[in-house]
Design a protein. Structure first.
Length: 317
């Protein structure tokens, strides 16, 4: 257990100082100042603190070379990523469970924490496959779309299959579909109409995507109960004056996301400090029991499928 003492936080364009008690790899307590703390403390007032990031890597499991995997992990740590969302290709519904368990075996030597999804062709997107995702607790699917056959999908049945476990669908367009913005617009319209979670395949997942996947707030935030995954950045300017002056100095340039973090910590363990890396093959597999469990009210209300609501009304009537 230790105290991360008076770290500068930048949230919503505002600068503040907060102290975090880290216990058993989790954020245990948060307060502005803790001057009477008698245990081990880490003085972090000269750093800017941010939660570590979640990266998406669809090709990570294609490599079976340890050195190549190590280089990929270092690349992600340089970006401030301590949790990786990876996918394994499944070419048939019968192969789904096997592919999922093979992915777990491949990730056992990972230093980064990880969550596993699957990559499937559009033709496999069926209610029965989504029921398997619920049974196996697969929180997201990358769906390969190479032609516009979206109108032929059983959208209403897909929506029903996702009621108890909201697997997130990540479309990836290739072939003719990659050049057709109409296909992308159709996908978004169908998902909105039927209340299906979808997101882009950004390399760094946004807060909204983390909420849809069920990783938030365990990952991607520093709240009580969150994993102690955080980044420490050197301030853009050095000030040795008053506390207020240091805070103003930090606010001169609030965009630290483009910088390489000086220190990267995963569950309280340092994985990167300056040019040194401490890879330890102790990454945890993250099991998502309930995706979308902490979506904002505004977003949740905006994504209730209009067609799904109409179907429910028709059943009542």
């Amino acid at each position: 257990m230790y105290l991360l003492n008076e770290a500068i936080r930048i949230k919503h364009g505002q600068v503040c100082k907060l102290s975090y008690v880290i216990k058993n790899g989790k954020v245990d307590y948060i307060k502005e100042r803790m001057p009477y703390w008698k245990n081990w403390r880490v003085e972090s007032s000269s750093f800017v603190l941010a939660p570590s990031k979640v990266g998406f890597e669809s090709s990570f499991l294609r490599s079976d070379q340890p050195m190549e995997r190590t280089q990929m992990e270092r690349k992600w740590l340089q970006c401030g990523v301590t949790t990786l969302a990876v996918t394994k290709a499944a070419q048939s519904e019968r192969n789904l469970s096997k592919a999922f368990h093979e992915a777990h075996e491949q990730m056992k030597t990972s230093t980064l924490d990880y969550v596993i999804g699957l990559t499937i062709p559009l033709r496999l997107l069926t209610p029965s496959l989504l029921h398997q995702c619920r049974r196996l607790k697969i929180p997201f699917l990358q769906v390969m779309i190479n032609e516009d056959t979206l109108s032929h999908l059983p959208w209403s049945h897909l929506s029903d299959a996702l009621v108890s476990y909201q697997t997130m669908l990540l479309p990836r367009y290739s072939g003719q579909a990659s050049k057709n913005q109409v296909t992308e617009r159709k996908w978004k319209d169908f998902c909105k109409q039927y209340g299906i979670s979808t997101a882009g395949t950004d390399e760094i997942w946004t807060k909204e995507t983390l909420q849809k996947s069920g990783l938030y707030p365990t990952k991607g935030e520093l709240l009580i109960g969150s994993d102690a995954d955080y980044l420490l950045y050197h301030q853009h300017k050095d000030h040795y004056m008053t506390r207020r002056a240091r805070m103003v100095a930090a606010s001169d340039n609030l965009d630290y996301d483009k910088d390489e973090p000086a220190i990267v910590v995963r569950r309280g363990q340092v994985l990167k400090a300056g040019p040194s890396y401490f890879l330890n093959n102790q990454g945890n597999s993250l099991s998502i029991l309930k995706p979308r469990r902490l979506l904002s009210i505004e977003y949740a209300s905006s994504t209730i499928g209009t067609q799904h609501v109409q179907d429910e009304l028709n059943r009542v009537i």
